[in-house]
Design a binder for this molecule. Structure first.
Ligand code: NAP
Length: 309
């Protein structure tokens, strides 16, 4: 029986209901005891409106999992760390890069584990892809991450506000995968950003990265796609072509399917959080967020037609 960790979940919205609650229910190492959300409640646990109320009323709690929108992540995480709780951050881990480094330092000072989670890294094809690529010479990388914003983000005004990332909200999932599987570090050379005239964040982006061997890494993110989403990464090497598709659920090498097992991203995330807490460690890899910040620094902006829900 794994050590049982009592956890509170903050921000009961789409991802909390779709993934976090089922993953917690299926993990014997965690007991969900309370939730905090301004407009939602979860049956069978104690419910509060804010993380501050939850922390004040539940002094015995070991950990919190923060599933609200990125613009409020820092204040919620800081409150939890100051109260001595271990903290799991949904992606993106913050609205800015530096606020997350401040949290990491605070976690260390308080002796708490901080887990900046990247769920797409737990897609079943990712670790096999990483191992296969580790010994190969990479020639080029193409990322196509395209979906219909109306299907995946209906009425999510926060995603169009500063700090909401726009098309980088799904695009950062691809960046979290390529920063995991590619053996060499890469960096942004140029970017094009298409921003609706009535919004703050891009609806589409093209990114051109290179690594220190001048290997091109190109990414196209687009929210103006049809109902069949395209979440694909193709890596051409000197000895074969690797393709991760369906967000990392499927892996093909030279066109042949590789058996990578079933999808279990969020169960994998909570196993990792448990392991970090019980071993007294943190896991904070900011590279995906740094690449998005670089795109917003370097990108050429093009105004496009207003986006109306
Ligand atoms: P959501 O349903 O729009 O929002 C989650 C919850 O955040 C809301 O229900 C709301 O709960 C709370 N919230 C919103 N604004 C707040 C504020 N100003 N102060 C405090 N709480 C606030 O969004 P979501 O899709 O679950 O996404 C949440 C996070 O998960 C994002 O960072 C997203 O990138 C990540 N994520 C989403 C998906 C997905 O498929 N949707 C997948 C993976 C990761 P209350 O109003 O009840 O407080």
């Amino acid at each position: 029986m794994p050590k049982q960790i009592s956890v509170g979940l903050v921000g009961v919205g789409k991802i909390a209901r779709d993934q976090h609650l089922p993953a917690l229910a299926g993990n014997d190492g965690f007991e969900l005891v309370a939730c905090a959300s301004r407009n939602a409640q979860v049956e069978g646990v104690r419910n509060y409106k804010t993380v501050q109320e939850l922390l004040a009323a539940e002094p015995e709690l070991d950990a919190v999992s923060l599933c609200a929108t990125p613009q409020v992540r820092f204040e919620q995480a800081r409150a939890a760390l100051l109260a001595g709780k271990h903290v799991m951050l949904e992606k993106p881990p913050g609205a800015s890069v530096v606020e997350v480094t401040v949290l990491a330092a605070l976690a260390q000072e308080k002796g708490c584990s901080l887990f900046a989670s990247w769920h797409s890294r737990y897609a079943p094809g990712v670790e096999t892809a990483r191992t296969w690529l580790a010994q190969r010479e990479i020639k080029s990388v193409t990322v196509l991450w395209k979906e219909d914003v109306r299907k995946w983000h209906p009425n999510q005004d926060w995603i169009w506000e500063a700090g909401g990332l726009g098309v980088f909200d799904p695009g950062i999932n691809a960046l979290s995968i390529i920063t995991r599987i590619l053996p060499r570090a890469f960096f942004l050379k140029s970017a094009e950003l298409w921003v609706p005239s009535n919004r703050q964040t891009p609806i589409a982006a093209n990114l051109n990265f290179i690594d220190d061997h001048d290997t091109p890494v190109r990414a196209e993110f687009d929210w103006r796609h049809g109902s069949e989403e395209l979440w694909q990464i193709e890596v051409t090497t000197s000895s074969g072509v690797l393709r991760l598709s369906q967000g990392g659920k499927q892996l093909h090498i030279d066109g042949a399917a590789v058996d990578v097992g079933p999808e279990r991203e969020y169960p994998g995330l909570y196993e990792r959080f448990h392991e970090l807490i019980t071993s007294g460690r943190s896991d904070v890899d900011l590279r995906p967020l740094e690449h998005v910040a670089d795109a917003l620094l370097l990108g050429h902006r093009h105004a496009v037609e207003a986006f109306v829900e």
